[in-house]
Design a protein around this ligand. Structure first.
Ligand SMILES: Nc1nc2c(c(=O)[nH]1)N[C@H]1C(S)=C(S)[C@@H](COP(=O)(O)OP(=O)(O)OC[C@H]3O[C@@H](n4cnc5c(=O)[nH]c(N)nc54)[C@H](O)[C@@H]3O)O[C@H]1N2
Ligand SMILES: Nc1nc2c(c(=O)[nH]1)N[C@H]1C(S)=C(S)[C@@H](COP(=O)(O)OP(=O)(O)OC[C@H]3O[C@@H](n4cnc5c(=O)[nH]c(N)nc54)[C@H](O)[C@@H]3O)O[C@H]1N2
Ligand code: SF4
Ligand SMILES: [Mo]
Length: 727
């Protein structure tokens, strides 16, 4: 609700941040249609006056002189972009799209949907509508560099792709964090504002937080740290299970009640005593044994993993093992354990019904990898563009994404993008990817659109919902993605959500507005008011009356496993054949002695993947992109703090300065992704320097994780050397 200052032109408007997953409450000061500042919302029931530097610095992005505010068209002589009218841009895109569809069919059209898109329900919805209308399977998302393995593990364990267990932070006595750094990332695959306070509360009430990470991360430093070798998690988790079974610490009653197929897990664990996995994990057997006993003995415990557990060679297996630990210790679906949130919209049910939660329904043309949630691995995009034959991608749309720096082998992708017949991007900036585009269409920021965090509703550690109106009218000629997608579709003779053959008949039917559909979904959902039939149920109107958001329950409901599990017997499956096969493949990768070190990622408090490096506030203090190298490794390679080094993998090489620090374990080098900008329109970002770490990672289909097509971004084999030397 707007509160008016003495100066009537200046207004404060309540909203929430959509940069990362806690979705902290913000208050925007708006003067005459311009954003003056953002501050944390004291009255948000969960974030209660907290916002991180990125959220506040969104002001810089909103008001950035480098922001794209008019449609841009590539000049015919290739010398950059020129502004065009919306009508000219849409007409030309529509015409070219129509021709490509006519000559080559739907699969010739691809789409890459980047991370910020997941924070806009209307963008995500209209994208689905567009792909349905086009009839193309060639959807790519940031998910294959992020979390698709987690979904696949849920599909195999529970029969439901979209149900992801979250740690019951408010009640747990033991939180085991595997490959996540919530003190910097602010929590992912769990929406928990003020997560630092939530973790502190665990130790304050006598509980423990143990962090398994190759780097003594900010979270590891604040709590207990167990250093693991990059990509050693599968072996470590198997060893924890080994100890639990060998010492009879498992919760037999819970297992019998909830699961079947235990024998396969038992057999796999039996083969991995901690003494035998020490080499792989770097974790002394005694430490693993103690950890297993403590975990099993805790009054309640939650095992939680995030990107560090997803981006190795065995992501799906690791996600399975994380849940297996929860199950075997009796901690799944119970207070203080790993619990299943649910969306008041019943998104899981809707996704099932509309076939959006598909897995392995299709195989990619290149590499034959399975689809996850209807999308193929983004690492394959370049080859899908360059490989001749039916189904070749000739038109590509990229919305809210920068895959040249976020997916493996950016150079290969950059080159492939120039072969497209049509390349259109919808973004706030000219970035490292869309600088190759035919058109860059200006997107509205999250402050310029209404929203409900549809994708995160089932992940709130405290059930919560918040609807926000736009707090600003779009600057310049920016438009919301759904409007742009709708317009492109119509100019190409398509109707969003309607398969092509039908679109000709229904063409004159106007699209419903997303907010109308949202209200329907809310009211008809399991938490909805059913148009008055359910008293105190949700509706858009009810949410609008509570602009700071609504807490929907003190805790996530437990005892819901039989609703979550879709297998016919309602039991968790511990022996899916896909997982058993993965267990058999463990350790079969050949090690190349030419690349003795391992590369891992790193997130920084004042970066957001690749896209906030143009903010003056966030870049203050002359930030630079560096490789974190252990003193022993630095000494061995003649590297000192601040000196340039060359990192070489089997796939590429980059050069950047070294930070010598014992926060990484010996043999491990940590480099943040999202740097090394060049050629885009974000001038400060271009000047920030650094290198694209994903030049070191592989887009070869054989290198992608088999079950979910995950890119291998953590634990990449590398060697160190001095710059300029082809060492
Ligand atoms: N400030 C900031 N916040 C962000 C983002 C950002 O860029 N900046 N990005 C957002 C996004 S898109 C996401 S997906 C989330 C991610 O959220 P998190 O996963 O919590 O974020 P990271 O900081 O990448 O934490 C991953 C941790 O895994 C460790 N790790 C690397 N390899 C391994 C391994 O093999 N095994 C184990 N056990 N650990 C390993 C890393 O050292 C790192 O500490 O963060 C979100 N929040
Ligand atoms: N090596 C390595 N690589 C990684 C990771 C890693 O840990 N290590 N992490 C991976 C992960 S988890 C992720 S999520 C990906 C992210 O990968 P991407 O999603 O491909 O890239 P981002 O850097 O998030 O860039 C997002 C783009 O969206 C634009 N944008 C921001 N807000 C909006 C909006 O509201 N609308 C529109 N239309 N555009 C907007 C920004 O300007 C920017 O150009 O990176 C992945 N890549
Ligand atoms: S933690 Fe994430 S959601 Fe909260 S203010 Fe920062 S960027 Fe925004
Ligand atoms: Mo992500």
């Amino acid at each position: 609700m707007a509160t008016y200052n003495a100066d009537m032109a200046t207004e404060e408007r309540v909203t929430y941040c959509r940069i990362c997953e806690p979705l902290c409450g913000l208050v925007a000061t708006v003067d005459d249609g311009r954003l003056v500042r953002l501050r944390p919302d004291d009255r948000h029931p969960l974030s209660r006056g907290f916002a991180c530097p990125k959220g506040i610095a969104m002001t810089d992005v909103q008001n950035d002189p480098d922001r794209v505010l008019r449609p841009l068209r590539r000049r015919t002589d290739g010398s950059g972009f020129e502004p065009v009218s919306w009508d000219d841009a849409l007409d030309d895109i529509g015409r070219r799209l129509r021709r490509i569809l006519r000559d080559h069919g739907g699969p010739a059209v691809g789409w890459y949907f980047g991370n910020p898109g997941a924070f806009s329900y209307s963008h995500a919805l209209w994208l689905q509508g567009f792909m349905t209308a086009v009839g193309s399977p060639n959807l790519f998302t940031a998910g294959s560099q992020d979390i698709n393995n987690r979904f696949v593990a849920s599909r195999l364990l529970y029969g439901s792709l979209t149900r992801v267990p979250i740690p019951d932070l408010a009640r747990t006595e033991f939180l085991l964090v595997v490959g996540a750094n919530p003190l910097v990332s602010h929590g992912s695959a769990v929406s928990a504002p003020r997560i630092r306070d939530q973790l502190r509360a665990i130790t304050r009430r006598g509980g423990r937080v143990v962090v398994i990470d190759p780097r003594r991360s900010e979270t590891a430093r604040a709590f207990e740290h167990v250093a693991v070798r990059p990509d050693g998690d599968a072996w470590l988790l198997l060893s924890l299970l080994h100890v639990i079974f060998a010492e009879g610490l498992e919760d037999t009653a819970a297992i019998a009640r909830q699961a079947r197929g235990l024998d396969a897990l038992r057999a796999a664990a039996a083969a991995h005593p901690p003494e035998r996995t020490e080499d792989r994990t770097g974790v002394p057997a005694e430490v693993a044994r103690r950890l297993a006993r403590d975990l099993a003995g805790a009054t309640s415990a939650a095992v939680y993993g995030r990107t560090g557990s997803c981006l190795g060679r065995h992501g799906t297996l690791v996600a399975y093992l994380l849940d297996a630990l929860n199950i075997v210790t009796g901690n799944l679906d119970r207070p203080g354990g790993a619990v299943f949130g649910s969306s008041p919209l019943g998104i899981e049910r809707l996704a099932d019904r509309f076939g959006l939660a598909s897995y392995a329904k299709r195989r990619s043309r290149v590499g034959g990898l399975p689809d996850v949630l209807g999308s193929f691995p983004a690492a394959l995009m370049a080859k899908e563009i360059t490989t001749p034959g039916p189904g070749r991608v000739r038109a590509l749309f990229v919305s809210a994404g920068n895959p040249v720096v976020s997916v493996p082998d950016g150079d290969e992708l950059s080159a492939a993008l120039t072969e497209l017949e049509l390349f259109v991007s919808i973004d706030l900036y000219v970035n490292d990817t869309n600088r190759h585009a035919d058109y860059v269409l200006p997107a509205a920021t999250f402050l310029e659109r209404e929203d409900l965090p549809v994708a995160n509703l089932g992940l709130f550690a405290t059930p919560f919902a918040q609807f926000t109106e736009p707090v600003l009218r779009p600057y310049g000629e920016a438009r919301q993605e759904w409007q742009i997608i709708d317009a492109i579709a119509r100019r190409a003779g398509l109707l969003p959500f309607v398969p092509r053959p039908l679109s000709r008949i229904l063409r004159r039917v106007p699209s419903p507005s997303p907010v109308f559909l949202l209200d329907l979904a809310i009211r008809l959902g399991p938490g909805g008011d059913l148009f008055g039939l359910r008293r105190r149920g949700l509706s858009l109107r009810a949410l609008r009356r509570r602009p700071h958001g609504v807490v929907l329950g003190e805790h996530v409901r437990t005892g819901v496993l039989t609703e979550v599990v879709r297998h016919r017997d309602r039991r968790v499956r511990l022996d899916p054949p896909e997982i058993v096969a993965e267990l058999g493949r463990l350790g079969t990768n050949e090690e190349d002695p030419a690349y003795p070190l391992r590369l891992i990622g790193l997130r920084e408090l004042r970066s957001q993947n690749s896209w906030m490096h143009n903010s003056a506030t966030l870049m203050r203090g002359g930030r630079t992109h560096t490789a974190r190298v252990h003193p022993a490794d630095a000494a061995e390679h003649g590297l000192t703090d601040g000196r340039m080094c060359r990192i070489t993998s089997p796939y590429g090489a980059i050069e950047l300065p070294v930070t010598v620090t014992d926060e990484v374990m010996p043999g491990t080098v940590a480099v943040p992704h999202g740097w090394g900008h060049q050629g885009g329109g974000w001038r400060r970002a271009n000047r920030a320097g650094g290198a694209n770490v994903n030049l070191l990672t592989s887009s070869d289909p054989a290198d992608l994780e088999r079950l979910a097509g995950m890119a291998h971004l953590n634990g990449v084999p590398i060697r160190l050397g001095l710059p300029g030397l082809r060492s």
